[in-house]
Design a protein around this ligand. Structure first.
Ligand code: DGL
Length: 287
């Protein structure tokens, strides 16, 4: 019997699985809980191996594969949301979807890169945009390709900047203060000089720093977060694939797991996400 059969997999009743290196994907989880309250959710934060941003993409790719498969095999996920730009840069969503399909598993896969790039192109008025992300994401060139896809030949100038250090502040629970502002002024200088009118927060941790980033760049720059856009794209994908939960009146459940310090994950995670993050559990890596 297939695993699908063992789990009674009908393509509709499984949860939406979601993962990130740590707390960043909670920005996407928040948007999904708000937009699709009837869906069940399983979130894995790989805090035991974070940060992903300065690791070789080949290493991040293996972590991403391991977690995505766990969401499907261990939790029966009907859809996987790669709520981490670095992981989506290391393991493009179409490759992950093809891998599931090759193994006979029909799972919808969605990442944050294309929904974010599409929103960025919609937001700009002048055609001059920026993206900030981890070293891994920026060096991968994923956003150059995604913005080119999203702009359909229209001329859009993109400036990219890696922001090492931002994620570490968020993971320590710090989202404002003098040190972050000083770092932001230095790292965002290329974006400011390029006079972009829209900036994509191309790392799911960065929405937690949006106030500082906006103070440094000024009110004229529209900050685009991929969290809401990814939730909308997930809703569309679940509907078109016939996987959306039918009964929207029964509230979904949410489970949160961490490969690192579970107590810290629950404490900081609840501050960042909200009251839904209770009873955090351990997720054990295979490596
Ligand atoms: N939140 C992740 C992203 O969107 C990266 C964080 C990290 O460096 O681990 O890229």
């Amino acid at each position: 019997m297939s695993i699908d059969g063992v789990l009674g997999f009908d393509g509709v009743s499984g949860p939406v699985g979601m993962f990130d290196s740590g707390f960043g994907g909670l920005t996407v989880a928040r948007a999904v809980i708000d937009l699709l309250p009837g869906e069940d959710l399983v979130y894995i934060g790989d805090t035991g191996r974070y940060p992903y941003g300065d690791k070789p993409l080949s290493e991040v790719r293996e972590y991403a594969r391991e977690i995505a498969w766990s969401l499907v095999d261990d939790f029966g996920a009907k859809a996987v949301v790669v709520a981490c730009n670095t992981a989506a840069a290391a393991l493009p969503v179409h490759e992950l979807e093809a891998e599931f399909a090759a193994a006979g598993r029909s799972v919808s896969v969605i990442g944050v890169i294309d929904p974010g790039a599409e929103a960025l192109v919609r937001a700009t008025r002048k055609g001059s945009v920026g993206v900030i992300g981890t070293i891994g994401t920026i060096n991968s060139g994923s956003y150059e390709r995604a913005v080119a896809r999203a702009s359909f030949g229209a001329s859009v100038d993109l400036v990219s900047a890696a922001c090492p250090g931002f994620v570490e502040f968020v993971e320590r629970g710090r989202t404002s203060g003098e040190e972050i502002t000083v770092l932001a002024e230095r790292l965002l200088a290329p974006v400011r000089e390029a006079k972009v009118d829209a900036l994509l927060l191309g790392c799911t941790h960065y929405p937690f720093l949006a106030r500082v980033i906006s103070e440094v760049l000024g009110d004229d720059v529209i900050l685009v977060s991929s969290a809401d856009e990814t939730a909308f794209a997930l809703r569309d994908l679940l509907q078109t694939s016939g996987r959306a939960k039918k009964d929207e009146n029964s509230p979904g459940t949410a489970r949160f797991l961490s490969s690192g310090d579970v107590a810290w994950f629950e404490t900081l995670g609840r501050q960042l996400l909200g009251p839904e993050l209770v009873g955090a559990e351990r997720w054990r890596t295979r490596s």
